[in-house]
Ligand binder design. Structure first.
Ligand code: TYM
Length: 336
């Protein structure tokens, strides 16, 4: 029997950070053998905020290489670039035409980013979740492993699919499959190192707010030294007055694969001076093998290109028939 299908993606805007790893990629790696997987570098999404053309292709390759370095296994998974498969933009247009404007205006990420961009906010930012819905729906996806911040976009993807099925499908033969989110309980929301109430993000102007997957050991040490803490002795989870403490303990727990009970017992009487070197060590030990593998992959000429070419072929073999199915349902004449 065919395995259920997974689709997920990350934008190549700046370096990948620990939130992307713990919220998304680590989960992808853990579950990949149970599914047929498509992991996409969503470069079309990357230009919804101001971008540097000279960096786009470089960042796209870096993200693809990091997928491999983090343990994405080509035996179970395909890696490809969104803009290499034109069906994504074409389906996005079709879906745009059946999506009510107020569904998009209600998206929290749009509201947050629109405030930052002020009057210059682009239509791409508003339509961004429709492109994301197209990404997912093209592959008849069963599960979408993401961090907590993408939950609303996934609900929208389901709503758009249901609306298209209702308007243009038959009850016994829906045009599009409704995907399910797959969100971890721990690590789904990694917070900033400089403010435990904000999520760790590529767009935070301060690099001290995040640990990037390619940060060298001395930089990791510096960032942990400088990260925000408090003056309370004894480190505990789940205290709403101490968001930084909860975040740093959670990171430590996830990096070492320990249980909450083990970390609670270990850190109950610790001060920050004792804890920070332990966290630094856990970070360096987790990222070192990823960085070594990354350098190995990127030093091999043409390897990444061949991975992306194969990924594109596999992706197109599924995406193109879905697009044709949607166009037929909408009444388009299909070229023969
Ligand atoms: P992006 O590029 O912002 O983030 C990629 C993945 O990382 C997760 N993530 C986090 N998880 C925990 N803590 C954090 N601080 C944190 N920051 C980011 C995100 O939840 C996501 O899983 N719109 C998407 C990209 C996208 C996509 C898709 C995802 C486009 N098409 C189709 C899934 C399916 C985005 O901007 O993710």
């Amino acid at each position: 029997m065919a395995k259920p299908r997974v689709f997920s993606g990350i934008q190549p805007t700046g370096e990948l950070h620990l939130g992307n790893y713990l919220g998304a990629i680590q989960n992808w790696v853990e579950i990949q053998s149970q599914f047929e997987n498509f992991f996409c570098v969503v470069d079309l999404h990357a230009i919804t905020v101001p971008h540097k053309p000279e960096m786009l292709a470089i960042d796209t390759h870096t993200v693809a290489a990091l997928y491999l370095a983090c343990g994405i296994d080509l035996e179970h998974s395909n890696i490809f670039v969104q803009s290499h498969v034109p069906a994504h933009t074409e389906l996005a247009w079709l879906l745009n035409c059946i999506t009510p404007l107020n569904w998009l205006q209600d998206m929290v990420q749009f509201k947050e980013k629109a405030i930052k961009q002020g009057e210059n906010v682009g239509a791409g930012l508003l339509n961004y979740p429709v492109l994301m819905a197209a990404d997912i729906l093209l592959y008849d996806t069963d599960k979408v492993p993401v961090g907590e911040d993408q939950k609303q976009h996934l609900e929208l993807a389901r709503d758009i699919a249901a609306r298209l099925n209702y308007l243009f499908g038959k009850e016994e033969a829906p045009v599009l499959k409704l995907p399910e989110p797959l969100i971890r309980t721990e690590g789904a929301r990694v917070m900033s190192l400089t403010d435990g109430t904000k999520k760790m993000s590529k767009s935070d102007p301060s690099d001290l707010s995040r640990i990037n997957l390619l940060d060298p050991p001395d930089q990791i040490q510096h960032k942990v030294k400088r990260c925000k803490t408090d003056s309370v002795r004894g480190l505990t989870f789940d205290n709403p007055e101490r968001p930084e403490c909860d975040n740093l303990l959670t990171l430590y727990m996830l990096l070492l694969g320990k249980t909450k009970e083990e970390v609670t017992a270990e850190c109950a009487d610790m001060g920050w001076g004792q804890f920070k070197p332990l966290l630094t060590e856990a970070l360096i030990n987790t990222l070192k093998p990823i960085q070594d593998k990354y350098h190995e992959i990127t030093s091999e000429q043409n390897y990444l290109e061949s991975v992306l070419r194969r990924g594109r072929e596999k992706a197109e073999a599924i995406a193109n028939p879905t697009l044709t199915r949607v166009k037929a349902a909408l009444g388009y004449s299909i070229p023969v």
